[in-house]
Write a protein that binds this ligand. Sequence first.
Ligand SMILES: [Zn+2]
Ligand SMILES: [Zn+2]
Length: 64
Amino acid sequence: MTHSRCEVCGREFSAWALIACPICAKVVCRKCGYFDYGRTFCSRDCAILFFHGDDEDELDREEI
Ligand SMILES: [Zn+2]
Ligand SMILES: [Zn+2]
């Protein structure tokens, strides 16, 4: 398939114009994407997750 849909704004774009979030794999266009740390994320939340990493999380994670 050559076209995909931005999962934020719902518009269709060519595959090359879309970015998969490295955190949650949501596909977003460049306008909806949040660019930080040299990558494009689907949202600022994912950029923050990327920055903090998955191992240590003092916010709201409930570990067993
Ligand atoms: Zn979009
Ligand atoms: Zn994301």
